[in-house]
Design a protein around this ligand. Structure first.
Ligand code: GDP
Ligand code: MG
Length: 624
């Protein structure tokens, strides 16, 4: 019995825990399925068959509105909690939390008032349940449900649909496989007309969870008895029938109390000529014990599934905790450590983006492989080396004395000004890579799970990283511009040495096909269009060679100054700055999103509840 009580106590604990969870969690699936996994007891029967009276006597307290006509008009979900011997008895409603009712007459009044609050003072019904808990040393731990009685016709003030509405409501409770049905039939009516048995048979054909209760044995016609029913001859049920004698309306009017009523019931059976031989298997006390015993086995059978449900929820909660991250430490040292850990986590993601594994690093190659060559191709050398411009630049460079053999100064000027054009694509490469890196920083911050909860640190990190990238870009620009400048500082001598000398080309060299062979004076030739074209084409091929070189060296410089730096020292400056900060500033950096903090708090609370429930289940399942 002790084990059983702790077992049912456990059930009530879990249910209570679930109610708490349900209250602040809202829409918690585990909550509802756990609730559904646990058995409850519902009374079913015709109107005035004695349902409320039976429930009351199982509880051993007067607190339910009873009487003729439709009295119970909303489901009443009643949780009985056994408390320590000698403790004060009290009741609590879910709709008035924290108020303890010690006067059960007031409880009854509140049930009536709360019923009226939803249905109005009419004969209407409502499926919205009233939740009531009773704490008492005199009860066994049970969840009981009082339901409106099944009727056949709508009476004055009721809608036509009421007969169906009541049946639907009652059915909703009793068709759940975990619901134990107390099918109440009055002994002064033929069992063949019992609505309770009819409905119970429909929802529980095997009768596993149906208990037949026969009330009003005292009201049977003189000379008749209910032995055929009680001994299972009229209608056989899986469980034995239990006969009951509740208080009559006259007893209620006279305020006959429960203790007296129970004594009278015991006496009734003990002295009954018809039922004397069954007296130890009759009455409300026996019914309560029978129910508890059945409940115990029902719950025992469910322990494995309850355990696995609880474990599943604990797993889910734990992985959510993992996801939300541990709560932040309070001392500055630990906070600094956390910040550095977070930075490292971000850095790792960022490097994965660069090195591959995560996308984005390939866009840098895209800059070198597409954007830079395309930009180089688009440089306006055609215009720069047009015949007209070549003529102008060369003549200007010659000054008053035209060049005699080759226009050294002209070449230099043409080349230098052409090389200037490379500054644009060189700088643009640094910029393009800068934007790729910046985007990767943004992405990496968003993708670093651990950082999610710290918006302030995210912002600081982003700012620090962008600042570092900005410095790398400056450095990179300087370097690539220097590459360009170097090209104009010293021209490749070999290139010019290898150029065919015009002077030697008079013999109709194919390199100078337009050279008029019939021209008498080579000096005139030197200043002809062809001459300038050749200069243009020489400069153009020199510039082409430089372009080829820069196409290869600019990426090297950009990677060296920006990509590699970003990889190795993106946060170095930030680390130095952080080292100089004070403890107080750490907690500002680790300032969490309040919604997240709240979520973690809830998670912790739930975990505690579920773990406590699991410990309970474990201890009960071992205590056989
Ligand atoms: P419910 O409508 O099914 O909840 O029935 P109640 O519990 O409200 O009872 C209806 C009426 O029948 C009340 O006046 C009770 O006093 C009376 N009653 C219920 N059970 C018995 C019984 O076993 N014997 C006698 N004499 N009256 C009973
Ligand atoms: Mg009732």
């Amino acid at each position: 019995m002790a084990t059983m009580e702790s077992l049912i106590g456990l059930v009530n604990r879990i249910q209570k825990a679930c109610t708490v969870l349900g209250d602040y969690g809202g829409g918690d699936n585990t909550f509802s399925s756990l609730w559904e996994a646990l058995p409850s007891v519902a009374v079913v029967g015709g109107q005035s068959s004695g349902k409320s009276s039976v429930l009351e006597s199982i509880v051993g307290r007067d607190f339910l509105p009873r009487g003729s006509g439709i009295v119970t008009r909303r489901p009443l979900v009643l949780q009985l909690h056994k408390t320590e011997d000698g403790s004060q008895e009290y009741a609590e409603f879910l709709h008035i939390p924290k108020r303890r009712f010690s006067d059960f007459a007031v409880v009854r009044k509140e049930i009536q008032d709360e019923t009226d609050r939803i249905t109005g003072k009419s004969k209407q019904i409502s499926p919205v349940p009233i939740h009531l808990s009773i704490y008492s040393p005199y009860v066994v731990n049970l969840t009981l449900i009082d339901l409106p009685g099944l009727t056949k016709v709508a009476v004055e003030g009721q809608p036509e649909s009421i007969v169906q509405d009541i049946e639907t409501m009652v059915r909703a409770y009793v068709e759940k496989p975990n619901c134990i049905i107390l099918a109440i039939s009055p002994a002064n009516q033929d069992i063949a007309t019992s609505d309770a048995i009819k409905l119970a048979r429909e929802v529980d054909p095997s009768g596993e969870r149906t208990f037949g209760v026969l009330t009003k044995l005292d009201l049977m016609d003189k000379g008749t008895n209910a032995l055929d029913v009680l001994e299972g001859r009229s209608y056989r049920l899986q469980h034995p029938w239990v006969g009951i004698v509740n208080r009559s309306q006259a007893d209620i009017n006279k305020n006959v109390d429960m203790i007296v009523a129970r004594r009278k019931e015991r006496e009734y059976f003990a002295t009954s000529p018809d039922y004397g031989h069954l007296s130890n298997k009759m009455g409300s006390e026996y019914l309560a014990k029978l129910l508890s015993k059945h409940l115990e086995s029902a719950i025992r059978a469910r322990i494995p599934s309850i355990t696995s449900l609880i474990n599943k929820t604990i797993d889910e909660l734990e992985s959510e905790m993992e996801h939300l991250g541990r709560p932040i430490a309070v001392d500055a040292g630990a906070q600094l450590y956390t910040i550095l850990e977070l930075c490292r986590a971000f850095d790792k993601v960022f490097k994965e983006h660069l090195d591959g594994g995560r996308p984005g690093g390939d866009r840098i190659y895209g800059v070198f492989d597409n954007q830079l060559p395309a930009a180089l191709r688009k440089l306006p050398f055609d215009r720069h080396l047009s015949l007209q411009n070549v003529k102008r630049v060369v003549s200007e460079a010659d000054g008053y004395q035209p060049h005699l053999i080759a226009p050294e100064q002209g070449y230099r000027r043409l080349i230098e000004s052409a090389l200037n054009y490379f500054r644009g694509p060189a700088e643009a490469s640094a910029d393009a890579v800068h934007f790729v890196l910046k985007e990767l920083v943004r992405k990496s911050i968003a993708e670093t799970q651990e950082l999610r909860r710290f918006p302030s640190l995210q912002a600081e990190l982003a700012a620090a990283a962008n600042e570092a990238l900005e410095r790398f870009r400056e450095d990179s620009k300087k370097t690539v511009l220097r590459l360009v400048d170097m090209e104009s500082s010293y021209l490749t001598v070999d290139f010019f040495r290898r150029l065919p000398q015009e002077m030697d080309n008079k013999g109709g060299n194919p390199a100078t096909p337009a050279n008029p062979a019939n021209s008498a004076n080579p000096a005139i030739d030197r200043y002809s269009e062809m001459h300038f074209r050749r200069i243009g084409s020489n400069v153009s091929s020199y510039v082409g060679m430089v372009s080829e070189t820069l196409r290869n060296t600019i990426p090297k410089a950009v990677v060296h100054c920006q990509v590699k730096e970003a990889k190795h020292s993106l946060l170095n400056y930030f680390y130095t700055q952080i080292g100089k900060k004070e403890g107080k500033q750490f907690s500002q950096l680790l300032d969490e999103d309040p919604a997240l903090m709240e979520r973690r708090l809830q998670c912790v609370k739930r975990l505690e509840l579920y773990k406590a429930a699991r410990d309970e289940v474990d201890s009960v399942s071992w205590a056989r």
